[in-house]
Design a protein around this ligand. Sequence first.
Ligand code: T46
Length: 138
Amino acid sequence: MKKGTTHLINLKVNGDNRGSLIALEENSSVVPFFVKRVYYIYGTLPDVVRGKHAHKTLKQVLVCVSGACDIECFDGQHRQTITLNNPSQGLYLEGLIWREMKNFTPDCVLMVLASDHYNEADYIRDYTEFLKENFSNW
Ligand code: T46
């Protein structure tokens, strides 16, 4: 299975005296895949931890379009926590990344662009299985 990668993307803001507009285009340098699904997460209570899984093949770009939340990412070797609190930043996730989303503000709306339809078979929800898959990668 593919080793996990994450990086932050600065999104181009089209701003004028009316406010701001950000456009996301599929198959571009910003969203490097064809978008088959968009979903968004909101109304998450502040003490709730979401995620706790990895994906086998899915590529995603996460954008916090309102409010803030922390995304904890673990590629099997390195752990990092990325705070998404700016709609002009996206977080790219690909390959084997164990992700946990936490510290949602009440106004948080986390929008996700995904490279494939929802498929439960693409999830690794068991942490031991994730570590085993990763171990065979290093
Ligand atoms: C991810 C992180 C960032 C669907 O029916 N369709 C969908 O497209 C999705 C994403 C979920 N669901 C159902 C499956 C569950 O019954 O919605 C319920 C909640 O999903 P889940 O517990 O997987 O949600 P999160 O917030 O833990 O994780 C989600 C994504 O599932 C996941 O791909 O990377 O956001």
